[in-house]
Design a binder for this molecule. Structure first.
Ligand code: BMA
Length: 341
C-alpha cells in the first residue's frame, strides 16, 4: 500500500541511489557496495564511522568521526561529488571560539551536521568534565566557531531539527552517564538563541516490550519534515551476554510539537547482519547519523556507522518508510503525550 507522503525538503537530483533488490523484505535496504568508507582511510586515522553528510555547492560535504591512531576520536571534513566516494582532509577540523581563538574539544565523536536557515551546525559528543554535547557553527566549512555547550553533562546523541519550531531552535538529546550508559530515553529542548535551552520534554521511551531497543535509544539523523510529521531514524540498543547490539528504528513525531510520538516501529528496520556490521572494533553496531533526501522523487539515503569501523549507506523512500512505520506502530508508555510529567 503506497500513501503518497511528501517531504518538505529540497530536491536533490544527484542523491546516491540503488533500487530495492528484487525479493528483498523490509523497508530499508543496503547499498550493495557497502562499506563506503574502509579502514585506514587517511594516514593517522584507523577508522571512520558514525558520520554526517549534507549537500553543498552541487556536491556533498561531511563531518566524519575519525578514530585516530592514538585511539582518540576527532572530527574530520570530507568532500564528495557523488556522496559515495569521499576525500578526507588530513587534519582534524580546527574550532575557534567567538573571538577567533583556538577552542578545540579534547575529543569529539558521533557528529550530526544540520543546516538551519543560513548556517550549518555540528553537534557532537564532547568532553565537558564528562560526556556532553558540543555545538559549532560554520557558513563556509572553513571557519568553525564553537558555541557554548548546550547542556551540563552527561548527555549524548544531540540531533538538531533542520528548522525552528515556534521561533526556537529544537534539539533532541539523550541524557546519559559518562560511561557506556545502560539506560536512556530521547528528550527535546528548545532555544531562542542556541545559548539558553529550556522547555525540556520527554519524546520517546526505550522499548517496553521490544527487546531490540529495551536498554536505551538515541536520536540518529536530523528529523526529516514530511506531510505526516517529522521522520526520525534513531538507534535502539539491547544488552546481550556478549555486549550491546545497536539497531535502527524509525518514528514519526508531531510536526508542531515533536515531543509527541505519532507512530514508531515495533521492530527494528535495520540490524547488524552484514560482515561490516557484525565484525569490527565494536561488533554489532548499526548507528545512523545522517540522511539525504530528494523531495521530488521521495528518495532517502541513510548514512550509518557500522561496527565502529566503517560507514554504511542504506536506502528507502518516504512513501515506503512512512507506510511501514504506521503499519508497524506500537505504543510505548506515554510517548503519545507531550511528555512533561
Ligand atoms: C556509543 C557511542 C557510539 C558507538 C556505540 C557502540 O556509546 O560511543 O559512538 O557507536 O557506543 O560502540
Amino acid at each position: 500500500m503506497m500513501s503518497n507522503v511528501t517531504m518538505l525538503t529540497e530536491n536533490l537530483p544527484n542523491i546516491p541511489w540503488q533500487d530495492k533488490p528484487e525479493g528483498y523484505v523490509g523497508p530499508v535496504w543496503r547499498y550493495s557496495e557497502n562499506p563506503i568508507v574502509n579502514r585506514n582511510p587517511i594516514p593517522g586515522v584507523a577508522r571512520i564511522f558514525n558520520s554526517a553528510v549534507v549537500p553543498y555547492e552541487g556536491a556533498f560535504i561531511g563531518v566524519f568521526r575519525a578514530e585516530q591512531n592514538d585511539g582518540v576520536p576527532h572530527l574530520y571534513l570530507g568532500r564528495s561529488k557523488d556522496a559515495i566516494h569521499w576525500e578526507f582532509e588530513t587534519e582534524k577540523i580546527k574550532m575557534v571560539n567567538e573571538s577567533g581563538e583556538p577552542y578545540m574539544p579534547r575529543y569529539a565523536y558521533d557528529p550530526r551536521l544540520v543546516k538551519v536557515e543560513d548556517a550549518y551546525y555540528i553537534i557532537w559528543c564532547t568532553d565537558f568534565y564528562g560526556a556532553a554535547l558540543g555545538l559549532a557553527k560554520t557558513t563556509d566549512f572553513k571557519t568553525f566557531v564553537r558555541l557554548d555547550n548546550p547542556f551540563i553533562p552527561f548527555n549524548r546523541n544531540g540531533v538538531l531539527f533542520p528548522r525552528k519550531i515556534g521561533g526556537n531552535f529544537v534539539l533532541l538529546s539523550r541524557p546519559s552517564d559518562s560511561g557506556h550508559t545502560p539506560f536512556g530515553d530521547i528528550f527535546v529542548s528548545e532555544s531562542p538563541d542556541l545559548v539558553y535551552w529550556g522547555k525540556h520534554k520527554h519524546v520517546m521511551t526505550k522499548g517496553y516490550n521490544q527487546w531490540w531497543q529495551s536498554l536505551k535509544i538515541g536520536g540518529g539523523a536530523a528529523p526529516i519534515e514530511t506531510s505526516e510529521g517529522w521522520l526520525l531514524f534513531y538507534h535502539g540498543v539491547t544488552g546481550t551476554c556478549n555486549g550491546y547490539v545497536y539497531s535502527m528504528g524509525a518514528a514519526l513525531l508531531d510536526i508542531d510539537n515533536p515531543s509527541i510520538v505519532k507512530y514508531r516501529t515495533k521492530d527494528f528496520i535495520l540490524t547488524p547482519e552484514k560482515w561490516y556490521e557484525e565484525t569490527g572494533f565494536v561488533q554489532n553496531v548499526v548507528f545512523p547519523c545522517a540522511a539525504l533526501t530528494d523531495a521530488a522523487s521521495g528518495k532517502i539515503a541513510i548514512y550509518y556507522g557500522a561496527a565502529d569501523s566503517y560507514v554504511g549507506l542504506a536506502f528507502t523512500t518516504v512513501d515506503e518508510i512512512v507506510t511501514y512505520i504506521k503499519e508497524h506502530h506500537t505504543e510505548n508508555g506515554d510517548d503519545g503525550t507531550i511528555g512533561i510529567i
